[in-house]
Design a protein around this ligand. Sequence first.
Ligand code: SF4
Length: 103
Amino acid sequence: MSIDVREYLKPHKALSLEERLGLVKRRFADESHITVDQDAFRADPTKAVLFMCPAQVFKLNGEDGSCIVNYEDCLECGTCQVARRYTTWNNPQGGYGVTYHYG
Ligand code: SF4
């Protein structure tokens, strides 16, 4: 197999977050494996959890100031577990979650 160097050197198409998340194989459980202490979230002026997640799982609910958790998009990177800013993260139920393929 030969490689077309010109094709290889072309800039890669920029994908949106939704397109990138669509490339990850996931199986959703019915219940969230992530919980947020809503009182602590509301009391945090920085709302830091909204900015730490690469998949943007955490969203501000503009109506009541709570934190919406779109756990279906979780990539299981562990960032929110390490930061532990009023979030509790558990492994998804057996058989659920993301599947990564290497190589
Ligand atoms: S584990 Fe990573 S991807 Fe999942 S919610 Fe936490 S920060 Fe986001």
